[in-house]
Each structure stands twice: as structure tokens, then as C-alpha cells.
Write a protein of this length. Structure first.
Length: 312
């Protein structure tokens, strides 16, 4: 099979042996695979794949057709459209996933949208509902509202009746972000729109002191992105006075049981909203496998709305 391959921090396309599905696993013919911030970090040597996944083939989400079933795998049949989060290896013509992490692709979705769905919607749903316990009527702030996780979080929160504010650095993108159900504001102005019950931090350390000042009593800050910096100074007295919580999360290194549980929650609570048309995956641009290096450059350039996807 052909696959995106990291060689000395460069993106190239190379031939690799076809993977073989093990017990409980499924071999998938990949049709689309999304790019994520973790792929960019892996390229730089900062976010290695967990044990059991390819060390040189990036990609943490894909959509495609079941090609073969490993021993004991029975949830899906050959030819079915499926999608999943994986620890790596998604940006290839063939990929392996445990059947318990796989989800059926909603009927209305074409391949590029399906390939860009699993990572961002699972991440957003897990962060704002499972961890931060966002409730209808509460106020959510999303930092980095124009990205894949940002647009997912806005839509999910709006769908349950939460009030959403999103920071968007590019002024020309604010109107489009507002269309997902948020009040889109400049990053330097967000505190004036608080207080917020939940803050989803996708940017990093520079926002943290002001986040605390913009937090409501009993508020929760969920950190899932640190592209702008990982170290911040906080006023712990303010944290105590607000009875607030700060926590962080990643999905990639979680054990199978936890990933399977997150997938079941998405199946029950998120995928029906794609079937009804209430949610969508904004695809900023799709690239062919041979143009993967250009796709990575496009992701790094920023100023995009939604996902960068490889179409295979």
C-alpha cells in the first residue's frame, strides 16, 4: 500500500506492506483521512504514536470501506462504510482499527466530510460534555472557533441549547463561524463577553490568566490544545474563590476501553444529528494522497475554516 510517511520531518509518499487485521480488528480501504494538530506535532517529533501503531505513518482519523475482518470481528460486514479514531496510520490506502472503535458513516456524508469527522467531533463531545459537563442554558467559550474541533464544539453546544462564544483571529472568518451558532469575537475581546460556565481551550497558555478572569463561579476550563504555548502562571486564589476546575485531556493514548466508550457516546448522541442534517463537517480543502505535503503546508498556514482532508 501507499501511505503518507514522515522522513526527517518531511512528508513523502512511500510503499509499505499491507497491514493485516488481528483478533477483533478490521482492515479498512481508506477513502478519506483528516489532518489534525497531532499530525503536525508528530511530524516535528513531538507527539510519537502510541505502541502498536506505525511510527512513521501519521493520521488519527479515517473513513472508508471494510475490506477484511480479523478473527472474531463481527460488528461490521465487508463493504460497509465505517470511520474511526486510531493511534496512527490513518493516512494510507489501508488502515487497521479495532471493531469497537469503528462507527458507521452517516448516510448523508460524502467521504471528505466522513474522513474529517471522528477526531474532532469525538474530541469536542468528550471535552465539553463528558468532562466539562456542559448543560443546556450554560455559557461556553471556544478558543480557536474556526478550526475542526472548534466548529464541532460550537455546533454540539448549540444543538443542546447552550450559549456559545468563539474567538476567531481572522476577521473574515467570523461571519462563517457565527453561522455554526456562536457569537464570534476577536481573541483579545473575549473576557468582555463572559462570564462563562465552560471554556474550551484550544490555543494554549497565553489565554489562561484571562480565562480565569472570564470564568463564572463553579466554572470549568478544559485544555485540549497548546499550540501557542504550554506553560502559564495562574492565580490560585482566584481559582479557589470561584470554586473552579481546570483539567486537560488527549484521546490518542487512551486505552481501547476508553476509546470504545467515547465512540459509543458519539454514536448515540452525535451521529443522529448528522443523519438529520443538524450537524455538518466543514471541509476547508481536500487534497489527493500524492499532494499530502501540500496539505500539511496548508494546515500549517492557518486561516482556514474547518478541516483539511486527504482523499484517497
Amino acid at each position: 500500500m501507499r501511505a503518507v510517511t514522515i522522513r526527517e520531518q518531511e512528508i513523502v509518499i512511500e510503499e509499505h506492506p499491507d497491514p493485516v487485521a488481528g483478533t477483533g480488528e478490521v482492515l479498512v480501504r481508506v477513502r478519506a483521512a483528516g489532518l489534525n494538530g497531532g499530525d503536525m506535532m508528530q511530524r516535528r517529533g513531538l507527539y510519537p504514536a502510541p505502541a502498536g501503531f506505525p511510527v512513521d505513518i501519521p493520521g488519527m482519523e479515517f473513513a472508508g470501506e471494510v475490506q477484511a475482518l480479523g478473527p472474531g470481528a463481527a460488528r461490521f460486514e465487508v463493504g460497509e462504510r465505517v470511520m474511526a479514531i486510531v493511534g496512527g496510520g490513518a493516512q494510507a490506502e489501508l488502515a487497521i482499527a479495532h471493531e469497537r472503535t469503528l462507527m458507521a458513516v452517516p448516510e448523508p456524508l460524502e467521504w471528505p466530510a466522513a474522513g474529517g469527522l471522528p477526531e474532532v467531533f469525538t474530541t469536542a463531545h468528550d471535552a465539553i460534555f463528558t468532562q466539562a459537563e456542559l448543560r443546556p442554558g450554560e455559557r461556553l467559550l471556544v478558543h480557536g472557533g474556526a478550526g475542526g474541533v472548534g466548529t464541532a464544539a460550537i455546533q454540539l453546544a448549540a444543538a443542546v441549547g447552550a450559549s456559545v462564544t468563539a474567538t476567531v483571529r481572522r476577521e473574515e472568518l467570523r461571519g462563517e463561524v457565527a453561522g455554526f451558532g456562536a457569537d464570534a469575537v476577536a481573541p483579545e475581546d473575549f473576557a468582555a463577553h463572559g462570564p462563562f460556565d465552560v471554556i474550551l481551550e484550544l490555543v494554549g497558555a497565553p489565554n489562561m490568566p484571562e480565562n480565569l478572569r472570564a470564568l463564572a463561579t463553579g466554572g470549568r476550563i478544559c485544555v485540549i490544545g497548546v499550540a501557542a504555548g504550554a506553560k502559564a502562571e495562574l492565580n490560585l486564589l482566584a481559582l479557589m474563590g470561584l470554586r473552579a476546575r481546570i483539567h486537560g485531556s488527549t484521546l490518542r493514548a487512551r486505552p481501547l476501553e476508553e476509546k470504545a466508550l467515547a465512540a459509543r457516546r458519539v454514536e448515540r448522541e452525535v451521529l443522529p444529528l448528522f443523519e438529520s442534517g443538524a450537524l455538518r463537517v466543514p471541509v476547508a480543502e481536500a487534497f489527493a494522497l500524492d499532494d499530502a505535503a501540500a496539505a500539511y503546508d496548508r494546515f500549517a498556514a492557518g486561516a482556514k475554516l474547518g478541516k483539511i482532508v486527504l482523499s484517497l
